[in-house]
Write a protein that binds this ligand. Structure first.
Ligand code: ATP
Ligand code: MG
Length: 712
């Protein structure tokens, strides 16, 4: 019996080639990710390779987590030592270790797009020049320039953006300065600096010797910097296995370079190539539809997938009168299927753009259908959450001016814009961090003494926590912040309070999971949380997400909605064939997410770009699917079945649910996803469970336990 008995012949071959460069090139659902997972397990268990030497890079945190869990379930506790992560998380780890090489402190902060935006807005105000671009656009120009390796000076020389290039170059220059001064990095920096680290001989050598075996999933969507990172580390041992599908390259707009996978055999002349041709995910009809769409791309090599999943179920197509009718149809169709025995969790709605979710949300609410939206406004993007995190950021990294500015007057401490300007003046004169400047507030003339007092109070509050942070748990720091700032009192809406409490839940969860996590580690974990990370498989709700977010995932029933020209493909394709081909690949990704059933819908009329369009065309991609695979259905069939059902909208995150109190008793046998079976030994203060698992004893807060434990 070998671990590899769980793979088919070609997958097995790929898993057995451990030395040298290897390319696994195959269509959707052919088991590429599965092959990587078993390959890692095989290396550890059957080839005695130290897990410590293995690096596997995936595209999302969710994929990394799944692979990790799978590997651990195959090889046991040893699997923990394998480095399985996204490029960004991997980068963060290296950068913390080697920060000093690039002029950063190892506790650097990480700025998301929101933070970037607020910096750019402030700089624009400071330089006070007219510019014809939105701050958002400027952020993306700067990010692009950074990722292309263009410095602010070069940007100005090159006059990249003709009209406003001088102003943008100036903003770009100040933006970079600001980041460095704040000891913070944006997402581009995480990759750029990781790549720079690898130009330092000493660091490169260490990493080359450590990561002797490297695997990259979704290689078709790596960008140039990621490509360089991989290439540099793999240079010495050349045990590099990349996996991908050129037909699923969908991040070109963010700089992904499809040539990375197409040129692999040129980069590594001795590369072995394995193709997988059997699809295990979808029915024959779904697969044929996907193939017939993608074959219209000139870049597609036209690989043929086959499956033995036979089914007579044709692809259902519904032509809706308008957008509302479309959403009603989907809701009724789901209700009908649930009546026939399916669960909500089996349904996923995929759309091209985030904005399309709103109408479905409204209709689902009306029908009391449980649903969850992935992407869009994320939990960690909400104002109240970002406020609290800003406090934690300052405590972790006192140089973080951006975070301090965010909350210097939140809750209201009567520190107005003018006072802040005065503090900034002092700061610029002294050349120190904003936080350190607070203690010199006496030097500011004409600031009222009340205000001065509250500034000093704020300074002392932070100072104490900064000094004590090493001795406190993250939960304790959180509690201290909430208590001293009286932040909750300042919130008017109950749901915001619940969100803040939910944040505490997430802290407790992480502390339980990772024993004694440091504040910096906690902040790092959440700054890397991505949109699909919170997909919990076992809860019963309908999922809604963009096609981009569905990458690598699979669902029993998929509704592909808004299949209309100008939405999918979008307007941009009109004069750009490359763009059109990327959209078509996206369509291929969408279709191949479906396991059993695919439903496609479009509307004749829709409110779009702020006006009503009554003459909409169905998507050309739909026309590319042969008629014999499609079944157009009529609305009447569905209309009769509006069921009054008591169900609920499940929020992205649920607040403390107290209704289960008393659920756990001493002596109960329970099951935990990671630690396995256990027994409750004690309950402390009605708050924490002490649980004996097979290998260890754990404390788990009851609020957390309700989510992570199952009674058995
Ligand atoms: P994508 O291109 O969408 O990322 P993929 O090629 O990575 O897809 P996987 O997600 O690894 O494909 O596999 C698709 C499904 O098929 C999974 O449910 C997987 O467990 C199943 N599968 C793959 N290979 C086998 C096999 N040899 N035996 C049984 N099931 C398999
Ligand atoms: Mg995959």
């Amino acid at each position: 019996m070998s671990i590899l008995d769980n793979l088919n012949e070609n997958q097995r071959k790929a898993a057995e080639i451990i030395e040298g460069p290897l390319l696994i090139l195959a269509g959707a659902g052919s088991g590429k990710t599965r092959t990587l997972t078993y390959r890692i397990a095989h290396m550890i268990k059957e080839k005695n390779i130290e897990p410590y030497f293995i690096l596997a890079v995936t595209f999302t945190n969710k994929a990394a987590k799944e692979m990790k869990e799978r590997v651990e379930s195959l090889v046991g506790i040893e699997g923990e030592k394998v480095m399985i992560s996204t490029f960004h998380s991997f980068g963060v780890r290296l950068l913390r270790m080697y920060a000093k090489y690039i002029g950063y402190d190892s506790n650097f902060g990480i700025y998301d797009s929101d933070d970037q935006l607020s910096i750019v807005k402030r700089i624009l105000k400071e330089i006070g020049r007219e510019i014809n671009l939105t701050p958002n656009k400027i952020v993306s120009i700067i990010s692009k320039a950074k990722e292309d390796g263009i410095t602010p000076e070069e940007f100005e020389e090159k006059r990249v953006f003709f009209h406003d290039y001088k102003t943008i170059a100036e903003v770009y220059k100040r933006y970079q300065k600001e980041l460095l001064k704040n000891n913070s990095m944006d997402f581009s920096d995480l990759l750029i600096y990781t790549n720079k680290l690898l130009d330092i001989e000493e660091v490169k050598e260490k990493l080359q010797n450590r990561y002797k075996y490297i695997m990259v999933d979704e290689y078709q969507d790596t960008n140039d910097i990621q490509y360089q990172i991989v290439t540099k580390i793999a240079l010495k041992y050349r045990n590099l296995c990349v996996v991908g599908d050129e037909d699923q390259s969908i991040y070109g707009f963010r700089g992904a370079n499809i040539d990375n996978i197409l040129n692999f055999e040129k980069d590594y002349k001795d590369a072995k190539v394995i193709k997988l041709e059997r699809n295990y995910r979808s029915t024959e009809i779904i697969l044929e539809a996907a193939n017939s769409v993608i074959k219209n791309n000139t870049t597609s090599k036209g690989k043929k997938l086959w499956t033995d999943k036979k089914s007579k179920d044709l692809i259902t197509v519904y032509e809706a009168k308008n957008g509302i009718d479309e959403a009603y149809f989907v809701a009724h169709n789901i209700i009908k299927n649930v009546d026939n025995g399916r669960n909500y969790r089996e349904f996923t709605i995929l759309y091209r753009t985030n904005a399309q979710s709103r109408i479905f949300e409204e209709v689902f609410l009306k029908h009391n259908l449980p649903y969850k939206i992935f992407g869009g406004m994320q939990f960690y993007q909400r104002k109240e959450i970002k406020d609290i995190l800003a406090y934690l950021n300052v405590i972790n990294n006192p140089n973080d001016d951006v975070s301090l500015l965010r909350i210097i007057n939140v809750p209201n401490r009567k520190i107005g814009a003018r006072t802040i300007e005065k503090i900034r003046d002092i700061q610029y004169k002294k050349g120190i961090s904003l936080f350190e400047t607070l203690k010199y507030i006496e030097e500011a003339t004409s600031v009222r003494s009340n205000t001065k007092n509250s500034i000093i109070e704020l300074y002392n509050f932070f100072k104490t926590l900064i000094e004590e942070k090493e001795f406190l748990s993250v939960t304790e720091i959180f509690d201290e912040v909430i208590e001293k700032t009286r932040y909750l009192d300042s919130l008017e809406e109950e749901v915001r309070v619940e969100n803040v409490l939910e944040l505490k839940n997430s802290i407790i969860e992480q502390e339980t999971r990772e024993n004694n996590i440091q504040l910096s580690e906690y902040l790092e974990n959440i700054s890397l949380v991505s949109t699909t990370d919170n997909l919990e498989e076992n809860q019963d709700y309908i999922k809604l997400m963009t096609i981009h977010n569905s990458k690598g995932l699979e669902f029993p029933v998929v509704y592909l909605v808004g299949m209309e020209e100008d939405i999918f493909p979008g307007k941009k394709v009109e004069f750009d064939d490359k763009e059109l081909e990327e959209e078509r690949r996206l369509c291929y990704v969408a279709i191949t997410r479906a396991e059993e059933k695919l439903v496609i819908t479009y509307a004749n009329e829709r409110n779009i770009y702020g006006r009503i369009d009554s003459f909409r065309d169905k998507s050309r991609f739909l026309d590319e699917i042969p008629m014999n695979l499609l079944k157009y259905i009529n609305r009447k069939e569905e209309k009769t079945i509006i069921k009054k059902e008591k169900s609920k909208k499940i929020e992205n995150f649920n607040p403390f649910s107290l209704k289960n109190k008393g659920l756990f008793n001493v002596g109960d046998k329970i099951y935990h996803n990671k630690f396995g079976n256990g027994i409750i030994k004690n309950i402390e203060e009605n708050k924490r469970l002490i649980i004996k698992f097979k290998y260890e004893e754990k404390k788990i807060a009851i609020a957390v336990a309700e989510k992570v434990l199952k009674k058995i």
